[in-house]
Design a protein around this ligand. Structure first.
Ligand code: FRU
Length: 508
């Protein structure tokens, strides 16, 4: 169907002009993050196309530059040498063709590969009546040309709803290229988002190709019987520590937003036989992680920090959309697999480069009703690492009070009696002022260690040795910066508390 290079260039130019006009004003807002990646202007969701190309890290993301709300999608782009400091690039892809929806949904999520010295992108073109898979390539990693053979994959299998056939993730295995896409056989979630519970069954399609352009259907990697979701968005399929992992973002599974399945891949049949199911992260605001392996062989993931308005806790509203922007990305996380099939994530070591003003609090006993106040950088942009000896702790709960002031407080509670971690943003200042709970494995062990990253609005929490993570946004006043640890119904033995301020990466 061809490629209108001139129109594409014009569209990119229009984005660049708009971004240049608005970025200084948006950068002023105190809710802008200091060290989590954000687009300079507009709405962003899923990160994708993560790859190391010619020695540099490339990050692309779902971008609607022209407002703080989701709209016709583009691919924003940034480059980094350390996964922490990102340099914004011109928009990589803008909708310019009938097949990639220049009057509709636009250019949806996809992935990147390197082939014959080119950086090749796969993406979903969201046309009026269907979603199709397309490709674009670049030799300099900055300027992209859409394939004149687009769409390279125009039809899902016949039983699939053509409106829900998206998010191609491509990889090479032996002499073949494989692609997974998320699909449903029910009514489109995009057309009827509020109906997502009534929809059909989600599946992950597996296609393969010898030449990157002609794709044949192999099988459904998995098919939901209800337990895996109604639509399986942003599937990633990769080997990790001797097993295969299918990681995706399901619609229709309530609070289970990002699932991973661990199991074995039968390449002959194209079936995935999974044994373990888990959640990559249990927070409100974690979605659409993408996996890539870097030149050092590390398995890394980054995800969108944000929520969709149709998610029950959002009540159809976003806290920053009216300001002309929304969304950020998590820190890069390195993942590995435990022998029991559970996934461990921890911040990539590069994150430590941001540390400054280290403080160390000596071991002590925290008595009930006698909280331990502490400081960490400016109390807003900081890292906190604390560990407790649970064999000498009698408390029912250990409570971190974060971003506190007379009016506001965010509570992170470790309920040792119930074996739960509870994130409470009812007094944080959010539109969505709610609690999130998840199981806490350490409650039955001798030690609890927790690592917390606070940025202007996001909080990333790692505990259970990285087996439990939670990512949430809070929209507190910048002046709310008090920190303390307290206990309920008993005392806690603190083994150590280390804190750091974290430097900004904006305009660094
Ligand atoms: C997931 C998702 C993808 C889609 C993109 C559209 O967050 O819905 O399935 O490609 O966002 O922006």
């Amino acid at each position: 169907m061809g490629f209108n290079a001139k129109l594409h260039q014009e569209k990119i130019h229009r984005v660049e002009e708009y971004v240049a006009q608005h970025k200084a004003e948006i950068a002023q807002h105190p809710w802008r993050e200091n060290y989590h990646f954000q687009t300079p202007v507009g709405w962003m969701n899923d990160p994708h196309g993560l790859i190391q190309f010619q020695g540099k890290f490339h990050l692309f993301y779902q971008h609607h530059p022209f407002s703080g709300k989701w709209g016709t999608m583009h691919w924003g782009h940034a480059i980094s040498t350390d996964l922490i400091h990102w340099e914004h690039q011109p928009e990589a892809l803008a909708p310019s063709e009938d097949y990639d929806g220049w009057e509709g949904g636009g250019i949806f999520t996809g992935s990147a590969i390197e082939h014959q010295d080119e950086l090749i992108l796969y993406y979903t073109g969201c046309a009026k009546d269907r979603q199709v898979q397309c490709m674009a390539s670049s030799s300099d990693g900055v300027n992209f040309t859409k394939s004149d053979q687009n769409p390279v994959l125009a039809e899902p299998p016949p039983e699939i709803n053509p409106h829900d056939f998206r998010d191609p993730k491509v990889w090479k295995q032996g002499n073949l290229w494989y692609m997974v896409t998320g699909v449903t056989d029910g009514v489109s979630d995009l057309i009827e988002p509020s109906n997502s519970q009534k929809n059909g069954l989600g599946k992950v399609c597996l296609h393969r190709s010898k030449n990157l352009k002609n794709w044949e259907f192999v099988n459904y990697l998995v098919e939901s019987g209800g337990e895996l979701g109604t639509m399986l968005e942003c599937p990633n399929f990769f080997s990790l520590d001797g097993k295969w992992i299918l990681m995706y973002s399901p619609m229709g599974l309530q609070e289970r937003q990002v699932v991973y399945l661990t199991g074995d891949f039968d390449e002959q049949t194209g079936k995935f036989h999974w044994q373990t199911m888990g959640s990559v992260d249990l927070g409100f605001d974690y979605y659409a992680p993408q996996h890539f392996r870097d030149d050092r062989g590390r398995d890394l993931i980054m995800a969108w920090v944000g929520s969709w308005p149709f998610m029950p806790w959002c009540r159809g509203k976003y806290d920053t959309s009216e300001l002309g922007w929304y969304g950020s990305l998590t820190l890069p996380r390195q993942i590995r697999l435990c022998p029991d099939g559970k996934l461990v994530s921890e911040p990539a070591s590069e994150v430590e480069k941001l540390r400054e003003h280290e403080q160390y609090y000596a071991p002590c006993v925290i008595e009930e009703a006698k909280p331990l106040p502490f400081t960490a950088g400016d109390g807003v942009h900081c890292e906190i690492i604390a560990s407790f000896d649970l064999s000498e702790t009698t408390a029912q709960r250990i409570v971190f009070s974060l971003r506190g002031s007379a009016e506001q407080e965010t509570k992170l509670e470790f309920d040792l009696a119930k074996g739960e971690m509870i994130f409470d943003r009812t007094r944080s200042g959010n539109i969505s002022a709610l609690q999130r709970k998840c199981p806490l494995e350490s409650a039955s062990q001798s030690e609890l260690t927790v690592r917390i990253f606070l940025d202007s609005i996001s909080i990333e929490i790692f505990t259970d040795d990285g087996r439990t993570t939670m990512t949430n946004n809070i929209f507190s006043n910048p002046e709310s910066n008090e920190l303390s640890i307290s206990t309920i119904a008993g005392r806690a033995r603190l083994l150590g508390l280390r804190t750091y301020g974290l430097k900004t990466t904006v305009n660094a």
